[in-house]
Design a binder for this molecule. Structure first.
Ligand SMILES: [Zn+2]
Length: 172
């Protein structure tokens, strides 16, 4: 369902081998093409914590847009937008530009699941802390929100880090 975000018409939601459901390419997507532009309401980490007691999905779907701030549903009980079903991969075919635009990191053939690296938009364990199931040869296994401290991670993802993560890296 489209609620507050843009998702390319070349994408659809389907069952995923990584986790539950995911976003897949219906037709070939070219490197650099825009896949999604996220919208929603801004929540502080404290608001997410308190709302997640009543609305469990609010602890998993919002993503970081600034230190301690998240983009989430306009109303806490809204179902997730189609653009919120992207799964994590440690070797992703999509990446973030700015804070809210997701583009293809390489050509993505029809049928392939589209993933981005959650640690390119997240730098704490607030919304992360899970065992990865991406099965790539670059899998970091535990996704804890501390990858931004690893120079190898920064090198591999430097063109696809959320703007605020890039600011933190530059201040190290
Ligand atoms: Zn992984």
């Amino acid at each position: 369902m489209r609620i507050h975000s843009h998702l390319s018409s070349k994408c659809h939601i389907a069952e995923s081998m990584i986790c539950d459901r995911g976003v897949f390419a219906k037709e070939k997507i070219i490197m650099g093409e825009t896949i999604a532009i996220w919208g929603g309401k801004i929540y502080s980490a404290e608001e997410i914590d308190s709302l997640s007691k009543k609305y469990p999905s609010i602890s998993t779907h919002p993503f970081g847009v600034f230190d301690g701030f998240y983009m989430g549903p306009v109303k806490p009980d809204d179902p997730p937008d189609d653009a919120e079903f992207f799964n994590h991969s440690c070797l992703p075919n999509a990446g973030i530009k700015g804070q809210i635009v997701l583009i293809a990191r390489r050509d993505i053939p029809a049928g392939e699941e589209i993933c981005f690296d959650y640690e390119t938009t997240e730098n704490t364990s607030n919304a992360l802390g899970f065992k990865c199931n991406c099965k790539s040869n670059k899998c970091r296994e535990m996704i804890n929100g501390d990858a931004w401290l690893d120079p190898n991670f920064i090198r591999a993802n430097k063109e696809y880090l959320s703007w605020y993560i890039l600011c933190k890296v530059n201040n190290l």
